[in-house]
Design a protein around this ligand. Structure first.
Ligand code: SAH
Length: 225
């Protein structure tokens, strides 16, 4: 007889399959991205009481007033990075660690920076437990990037900032891509920037979106307590 635990895991796998079909119907084309979403147990990145919401296309609170983005948004951002598997990736805003786990399956290495220590710690433990051994989680202000590990082939910013953080642009390889939401606090444009030459950047707007605040030296100032 099957244990209820393995029955639940099978149910989650079926829910992921449905989610992937929906994302594909809505235009996500990169098969590697869809496969990574199918393989990554998003429920594990949520508070256990919310596991039932894991495979709906909605953002979910993860504590500390932060949220894990909806799978559709995550899929769009990940696809926009055009990953082949060989890239060194920087993520700004580890949050739950879900996006970092996806990137781990799609790139060579991931450095993920989170400003809230308790979130970074939780994500780090879970990512190790899930075998994501090419992800490093670091506590700090991701708007400053990581000069010691630069340059990066891809940079993904998963919190909304007022403008493109200049330190991040300088840490991008020539030919590299940066994807992230920039604009007002109430709503941003999801942008893709390519470093076309040492001093040449091209910009593309992928759509409207709304993310939690990017807080840091090249972001918004921290809310007063
Ligand atoms: N990528 C995450 C979701 C991110 S929510 C996931 O898959 O779950 C955005 C996160 O960015 C929040 O956890 C927030 O604390 C963090 N953040 C905001 N400003 C930051 C900064 N300057 N540096 C690093 N992390 C930041």
């Amino acid at each position: 007889m099957q244990s209820s635990r393995s029955a639940a895991l099978e149910e989650y796998a079926r829910a992921r399959e449905r989610l992937v079909r929906r994302l594909s119907a809505r235009g996500v084309q990169d098969e590697r991205v869809l496969q990574a979403i199918f393989e990554t147990p998003r429920h594990r990145f949520l508070p256990e009481a919310l596991w039932g919401q894991a495979y709906r296309d909605t953002p979910v609170p993860i504590g500390e007033a932060q949220t894990i983005s909806a799978p559709g948004v995550v899929a769009t951002m990940t696809e926009a990075l055009s990953l082949s598997g060989h890239e060194q990736v920087l993520e700004v805003g580890t949050g739950s660690g879900y996006q970092a786990a996806l990137l781990h399956g799609l790139a060579a290495s991931v450095l993920s920076i989170e400003r809230i220590p308790v979130l970074a710690e939780r994500a780090d433990v879970l990512l190790s437990e899930l075998g994501c051994d090419r992800v490093e989680v670091r506590v700090g202000d991701g708007t400053q990037g990581a000069a010691d590990r630069a340059p990066f082939d891809r940079i993904l910013v998963t919190a909304g900032g007022p403008e493109l953080p200049l330190p991040l642009l300088s840490q991008l390889t020539v030919g590299g891509l940066l994807v992230g939401p920039f604009g007002d606090r109430g709503g941003q444009e999801l942008m893709r920037i390519q470093r076309a030459g040492p001093k040449k950047f091209t910009r593309e707007v992928l759509g409207a979106c709304r993310f939690v605040d990017l807080i840091g030296e090249a972001g918004w100032s921290a809310p007063s307590l």
